[in-house]
Design a protein around this ligand. Structure first.
Ligand code: PSU
Ligand code: MN
Length: 307
């Protein structure tokens, strides 16, 4: 038994670490459980290229063969995107998956844990998990929220996914001391739509300000991360009113079919994809890419700035 961390770095990431270059973590559950093949692999590649084009190095994270891979080689990314029976790994699952040599994709919480172990401070995803509708009965609250409260990673997302009870989600984040920072607007975004109608607790307009806020938390000894709520670009958004009935249909189907636990989010995303005739996926891809670009700018600002 070794005490060494079970981390495996891609060539690109290990070079970047040696050179002190900015690195952006990317998750893999969005690839295995969030998007259909082949759009999942196409998106994963585009997002990595977006990070590179913005001057940082992408580190897509997944568990394979008993190690947390920080940065996937091209063939590993291809294999993961097509693999069946991939585990969905949050804080609760990651150690068992590693200890038993399983293949698993990391959620926001799993990816934050891996990023922190690899000393990566910035992570881009689509939308975080949160409090599901009906949580008063089901108690279904994503592990992403607890992770944001404890692990020091700056998570760039288009807010929480609009399938969730957004008011309760942001209430839980506030209770747990997680800074929720809207980028360039006074309201929180709603994943596929720019505006949730909810006032943003905090607003910042530049990557440099976001980096400075993150460093200040460290100086103060505050644990936990920050949620950077980055609105989808206007050209790619789906108006919330148009989307609402489709979300309601998907939610009703999920409860009728008894979909529960880890299956809820993948089920809803897949149903909304079908109900919107693919429109939700097109905007999901656009918003992830937009988040990757901002995350790269924040990672660059963290490397360039001095504390
Ligand atoms: N962002 C997306 N699509 C996704 C996810 C994020 O655009 O599928 C994934 C993330 O991995 C997030 C997970 O952690 O959905 C939330 O799952 P749950 O609600 O079961 O915690
Ligand atoms: Mn859940």
């Amino acid at each position: 038994m070794s005490d060494a961390l079970p981390l495996a770095f891609s060539l690109e990431v290990s070079t970047a670490r040696a050179e002190g270059r900015p690195i952006v973590a990317l998750e893999s559950t969005i690839i295995t459980h969030g998007m259909p093949y082949p759009q999942n692999i196409e998106t994963a590649r585009m997002v990595e290229d977006d990070v590179r084009a913005a001057g940082a190095v992408p580190a897509t994270i997944a568990v394979m063969n008993g190690r947390i891979h920080v940065g996937l080689e091209a063939d590993e990314l291809d294999a993961l995107a097509q693999a069946k029976d991939v585990m969905k790994l949050s804080r609760a699952d990651i150690a068992v998956a590693l200890a038993t040599g399983r293949t698993g994709a990391t959620t926001v919480s799993g990816t934050m844990i891996a990023a922190a172990l690899a000393r990566i401070q910035v992570f881009a995803t689509g939308g975080i998990g949160g409090v599901h509708h009906g949580a008063g009965e089901s108690f279904d609250i994503s592990a992403d929220l607890g992770e944001l409260a404890r692990t020091p990673v700056c998570v760039v997302a288009a807010g929480a996914k609009a399938i969730l009870d957004l008011e309760k989600t942001y209430e839980v984040l506030e209770t747990n001391g997680v800074p929720v920072i809207a980028v360039g607007q006074d309201t929180l975004p709603a994943f596929w739509s720019r505006d949730s109608g909810l006032a943003a607790p905090l607003r910042l307009d530049t990557a440099e300000q976001i980096a400075a806020g993150f460093k200040m938390r460290r100086r103060l000894g505050l644990s936990g991360g920050q949620l950077i709520a980055n609105p989808i670009p206007e050209a790619d958004e789906i108006p919330a009113e148009w989307l609402r009935p489709h979300i309601e249909t998907a939610l009703a189907e999920a409860s009728q079919k008894g979909i529960a636990h880890k299956d809820v989010t993948p089920f809803l995303l897949d149903r909304i994809f079908t109900l919107t005739e693919g429109r939700s996926l097109t905007s999901n891809i656009a918003l992830v890419r937009n988040n990757a670009r901002l995350a790269a700018a924040i990672a660059c600002a963290l490397v360039e700035g001095t504390d």
